[in-house]
Each structure stands twice: as structure tokens, then as C-alpha cells.
Write a protein that binds this ligand. Structure first.
Ligand SMILES: *Cc1c(COP(=O)(O)O)cnc(C)c1O
Length: 336
């Protein structure tokens, strides 16, 4: 048996999703004429209580567009040191927006208004102008850790008071919502922009949406074009995304349950020194021996995973990890 726990991006479209893609009505989206893309953008914006949305090829692009929309060159943004926008987007903050980054040391990537406030620069020509705060929910490198909306509210208030924009990297926002019980529709009130990945836990093959007010999205369309992200008959992809929003949100709880079960079993193993408490669909654990060697042993049993540090491994559960595969993983752990 093969079980691919490397990432929730490895999922393949389901038969129902392929059916929706096959029958999508499409047009040229650069001309604004793809009705399925338009429907996806409207649906996603409404879900989060935002005015408008733009469909992009990747979450990296939606985040980078957001940063470009919410800053000017020579500005500075504030984020946790684990932030995807900083670590895993190839230095795009500097390259695309000519903006510097102030990093905070949150707990599993979660930062607070108290941590942010002293890092906001005062107006002084020596200092870059702080203009943006970026939060991530769930936090990828934090092991799928979540903000509740109650944790976000004081940050939104601070940003409002200090005239900073607030962006959410919500690549896995639906995992966070499944865990916290917060409502998507309440999110729009607190953020200027939200990125949502459709190709992670939701299981669409390609795509992310950036949500904001109409004026920001109109500018985002210019930025998407200049980055080469204007797609033509993208409705085939948007159809998969709509299908995912309709059918794959509720089931995220199953992925979380699977991650819990695997996390519990890992914590019983002598070769595992620590399991980071599981909140959503990511399991981070530390190994006594170097992680690379453990990874090879797992691979020999058909279990694929990634290392995130010399002695740390990451398992991610998703749509294509079925209960019998979870059983199999659990049965194999003692033999590692
Ligand atoms: C995956 C991910 C993204 C976007 O990644 P793409 O591969 O560019 O779609 C952004 N933020 C976080 C936290 C992610 O995990």
C-alpha cells in the first residue's frame, strides 16, 4: 500500500469534480467573460463577507498580489518568523513589492497585538514605513495551529487604530474554521485581504482566490496580469474549485480525525521524542535518530512524508488518505 502524507496538495480530482470540470461553461477570463470564474469569485467573496475576489493560479500569487496591493516600495510588513509569505515565496516580498519584513517570534506561528505593537515603526526617515500585518491561519510551519477569531480581533483593532492593512494567508483557512467553529462570513470584517487555497485540503487541482474590496481587486487584476497570471478559459479550473467549496469543506473534519489518530499512535513510539499537539490536518513530530533515515524506512513501507528539520518529520492528511490507509500507517509505526 502507498500512503502519500507529504502534503495536502497531492490530491487528484474526484469523479464528481471531473464531471463538474467537464461540463463547465467557459470564456476568456482576461476579458472578464468566463462565467464559471465569475461565479467562483462571487461565491468565494460572499462566503467570507468580502466585496470581490480574483482567481489566481497559486496561493503564492494571491499572497504576493495582496502584499503589492497593501504596500508601497520602502514599506515594511510584520509577520511571524514562520510565515509562508516570508519563508516559502522565494523572496517575493522584496522582489515584487520592494518591501522589508519585520519578523516576530510567535507561539507556533501565532502572534498577538501585544507582540505587534512595539514593532510598528514611528514616522522617521530612518525607518521603513510599517504598512501591513500578515497572519497565517492555519500556520503551516506551526503544525496546523489555529487562530480563533477572538485572537484576531485585537490585532484587527490595532491595525485599524494604527492605519495598517491586515492580510490573511488563509491557505488552510477552512481547516482553521473546522477546528475553531468560527464562521467564514465573520472574517471579512477583520481583514483587508484574504488568500484562500483551493488546491490544498479542498482538493481542487489548481488555484487560489484573493478576496478584498472592489477597488483593491480592480488593482489586483492589473498586478495579476503583470505577473503573467491572466488565464483564459480558466473556468474548467474554477468549476473544480466551486465543486470543492460545495463538497469538500465539511469533510475536512475527517482529515483532522485521521491526523489525531496518527498523532496519538506516534506518541507511543520509542523512536519518536515529541509530537506537536495536533489541531488540524498536520502532524509534526521529532525523532531520536536523524529524520532522513526515518523517512527512508517509512518510504520502504510505502509511507511518503517530508522532513522539516534534521530531526523533525511532517505528515499531512487529506482527501486522498482513506481510513484503511490510516489503519495501515498505524500498523506500520512500531516496525520503524
Ligand atoms: C501552500 C501555501 C501557500 C500557497 O502555496 P502555492 O503552492 O503557491 O499555492 C500559501 N501559504 C501557506 C501557508 C501555504 O501552506
Amino acid at each position: 500500500m502507498t500512503v502519500d502524507l507529504r502534503s495536502d496538495t497531492v490530491t487528484k480530482p474526484t469523479p464528481g469534480m471531473l464531471e463538474a470540470m467537464w461540463s463547465a461553461k467557459v470564456g476568456d477570463d482576461v476579458f472578464g467573460e468566463d462565467e464559471t470564474v465569475n461565479a467562483l469569485e462571487q461565491k468565494a467573496a460572499e462566503m467570507f463577507g468580502m466585496e470581490a475576489a480574483i482567481f489566481c493560479p497559486s496561493g503564492t500569487m494571491t499572497n504576493q498580489i495582496a502584499i503589492k496591493c497593501f504596500t508601497n516600495p520602502l514599506d515594511e510588513l510584520i509577520a511571524d518568523q514562520t510565515a509562508h509569505v516570508y519563508r516559502y515565496e522565494g523572496g517575493g516580498i522584496a522582489f515584487n513589492s520592494a518591501v522589508s519584513t519585520r519578523l516576530l517570534n510567535g507561539y507556533r506561528g501565532i502572534i498577538t497585538a501585544e507582540m505587534i505593537e512595539p514593532e510598528i515603526n514611528s514616522q522617521n526617515i530612518h525607518y521603513p514605513n510599517t504598512s501591513l500585518v500578515v497572519l497565517e491561519n492555519t500556520v503551516n510551519k506551526g503544525g496546523g495551529s489555529c487562530y480563533t477569531l477572538d485572537q484576531i480581533k485585537p490585532i484587527a483593532q490595532l491595525c485599524h487604530d494604527r492605519d495598517l492593512k491586515l492580510h490573511l494567508d488563509g491557505a488552510r483557512i477552512f481547516n482553521a474554521l473546522a477546528h475553531t467553529g468560527d464562521k467564514a462570513s465573520d472574517y471579512g470584517k477583520y481583514f483587508n485581504g484574504i488568500s484562500v487555497c483551493l488546491s490544498k485540503g479542498l482538493g481542487a487541482p489548481v488555484g487560489s482566490v484573493f478576496l478584498a474590496d472592489k477597488k483593491t481587486i480592480a488593482y489586483a487584476r492589473r498586478i495579476r496580469k503583470v505577473l503573467g497570471g491572466g488565464m483564459r478559459q480558466a473556468g474548467f479550473l474554477a468549476a473544480a474549485a466551486i465543486y470543492a467549496l460545495d463538497h469538500h469543506v465539511e469533510r475536512l473534519k475527517i482529515d483532522h480525525k485521521h491526523a489525531q489518530i496518527i498523532g496519538e499512535e506516534l506518541s507511543k513510539q520509542s523512536w519518536v521524542t515529541n509530537v506537536v499537539p495536533v489541531e488540524t490536518n498536520i502532524v509534526l513530530f521529532d525523532t531520536a535518530a536523524p529524520a532522513e533515515g526515518i523517512l527512508a524506512k517509512l518510504e520502504a513501507k510505502g509511507i511518503k512524508a517530508n522532513t522539516t528539520d534534521t530531526h523533525r518529520i511532517r505528515f499531512v492528511t487529506h482527501l486522498d488518505v482513506h481510513p484503511d490507509q490510516v489503519e495501515y500507517v498505524i500498523s506500520q509505526l512500531a516496525g520503524i
